[in-house]
Design a protein around this ligand. Sequence first.
Ligand SMILES: Nc1ncnc2c1ncn2[C@@H]1O[C@H](COP(=O)(O)OP(=O)(O)OP(=O)(O)O)[C@@H](O)[C@H]1O
Length: 247
Amino acid sequence: MSAQTTPVRTGDPRLAVRSLSVRFGGLSALDDVSLDVHEGEVVGLIGPNGAGKTTLFNAVCGLVRASAGAITVGGVPLPPDPTRLSARGVARTLQGLGLFRGLTVRENVLAGCLGATDPGTDAQRQLDALDLAAHADRSVGDLPYPEQKKVALARALVAEPQLLLLDEPAGGLGPDDIAALGDLVRHTAATGCAVLLVEHHVDFVMGVCDRVVVLDFGRVIATGTPDEVAGDPAVDEAYLGIEVTTP
Ligand SMILES: Nc1ncnc2c1ncn2[C@@H]1O[C@H](COP(=O)(O)OP(=O)(O)OP(=O)(O)O)[C@@H](O)[C@H]1O
């Protein structure tokens, strides 16, 4: 079977990152990074530890200041204030869980409903959609880890974001939960949401993403469909740890 080729996308991207650089003192965490995520598209952002993936998420969320470059959502520059992101249709999950452990499942989901006109109804709809309703009034810390990951997703999805940033959503999950997660990510994209996904689980990334962007030492070293990226020797060398020899 021939490799997929990158589809030609028309129209403005939902997320546009242009020539973004972020420095921490003398360290260049991101260097001239550009990427797009379109409506209905799932883009994977992969790379070795320390490549700059979380820094890019933090820059999109206004948590770190760029030294150069621009970020727009829906063609409009993001406000520097991270507390206003949900009003701009941006939601994010965190590495690990990032849940309020002292609160119930429902209360955690309600935390994603800031500014909603009917947060109780929205939260219930999302709890039902992710099969969490039976646990709604339990303390979130009492749930098994995969269910807690689902609560974190529910909190991000409840406001029906236009741009969803997922930071290692498959981390700590077994094969069945990862398969269900893949279905959920594809379903979310099918509603028109643009999804940017940071993940170390390569099989998951290759199975769920339309395109993949590979970072190494803060720079984009490859971009394309999963097939294109998987066949790129620079990616094998930098990310998969395979030594590439030339004949
Ligand atoms: N607040 C910070 N202050 C100083 N250096 C930082 C800060 N945040 C990240 N870094 C550095 O920036 C580089 C990129 O880190 P980042 O966390 O974005 O990488 P990553 O690709 O997300 O890694 P991982 O896969 O391990 O999560 C690393 O060298 C890291 O040590």
